[in-house]
Design a binder for this molecule. Structure first.
Ligand SMILES: Nc1nc2c(ncn2[C@@H]2O[C@H](COP(=O)(O)OP(=O)(O)O)[C@@H](O)[C@H]2O)c(=O)[nH]1
Ligand SMILES: [Mg+2]
Length: 280
């Protein structure tokens, strides 16, 4: 287990090391890696043949940069970004682009909205279910997006709910966005992140597979770094994807317990506030 973590952990930039900067635009040897012999779907007329296809669903708390991350991956502004009270992305959207000699299929989702009225995995994670239909048999990778400036209860709720899907974590790669907000001269910030208490639950869940994104930049390097991790995960999972089997009765049972627990905690916080107010 420890070994796997070390191999898959994003540590600096493995793809970048394989690329001679002078030939980076012509795509170095790393692009020839054919990790799983899966060629792109022949039913898609726009899809070049004989290229490996990677399907990714982008997920996270709203306003984290989910759509922006999807845009960074495809290299164009195809998904709507923005900040609104109710979330900008209302529906799932699938786009496909050939980049770096791979076919990259990306589904943008509204993200995780915790609502106690929702009780089943299908209700709580409509985006994940829909992505399977948008690029069957489903995504190889579930990208969980988190901005650097936001670790709160919502994050814990999201992780607890995601954990209810058995084996989902082996498809997860975390994208930490808004790294442009870090002071340019602050040394050791990556180390700080990997040692952060607030992030420990998430880091354990994703096997420390973390890639850093600045969605305000059109640097290709960050996407190549992500692909480096994606290729290894897909290879390790033997191309198996997140599919409808994950939406099982067992998942719903576990979710029910998490929701009950959440409700209990919420009530106890409310009672504590009430006691405090009455005491004053
Ligand atoms: N500075 C900065 N802003 C970002 C980054 N990623 C997203 N944003 C901004 O954050 C806001 C929400 O982004 P969006 O992708 O629509 O979030 P979503 O609701 O999670 O899909 C938008 O104003 C984006 O421009 C980033 O890496 N850096
Ligand atoms: Mg969005």
């Amino acid at each position: 287990m420890h070994h796997e973590t070390c191999v898959l952990m994003f540590s600096g930039n493995e793809i970048a090391e394989k690329i001679d900067p002078s030939t980076a635009d012509k795509f170095g040897d790393w692009t020839k890696i054919k990790p799983h012999g899966e060629s792109s779907s022949s039913s898609d007329n726009n899809t070049p043949q004989d290229l490996n296809e990677y399907r990714m669903v982008v997920f996270g708390l709203p306003s984290s940069g989910v759509s922006s991350t999807a845009n960074t991956i495809v290299g164009e502004k195809l998904f709507q970004e923005g900040v609104t009270f109710d979330g900008t992305t209302k529906k799932c959207q699938m786009e496909s682009r050939t980049r770096f000699n791979y076919v990259l299929k990306v589904v943008d989702t509204p993200g995780f909205v915790f609502d106690k009225k929702m009780r089943t995995a299908e209700e709580l994670f409509p985006g994940l279910k829909k992505s399977i239909m948008l690029f069957p048999p489903g995504p190889h990778i579930v990208l969980v997006v988190l901005p650097l400036d936001r670790t709160n209860e919502d994050l814990h709720d999201m992780i607890h709910c995601l954990k209810c899907f058995e084996n989902l974590s082996r498809h997860v790669v975390v994208i930490l966005t808004k790294i442009d907000k870090i002071e340019k001269d602050r040394a050791g910030w990556k180390q700080e992140i990997f040692e952060s208490e607030n992030l420990s639950e998430l880091l354990e869940f994703c096997g420390k597979r973390v890639v850093f994104f600045d969605n305000t930049s059109n640097s290709e390097q960050q996407v190549k770094e992500l692909l480096d991790v994606v290729i290894k995960v897909v290879e390790r999972n033997m191309s198996e994807c997140f599919n409808t089997d994950y939406f099982s009765k067992k998942t719903n049972k576990k979710l029910e317990l998490v929701l009950q627990d959440h409700e209990k905690n919420r009530k106890s916080v409310y009672e504590r506030i009430q006691n405090f107010v009455n005491w004053k």
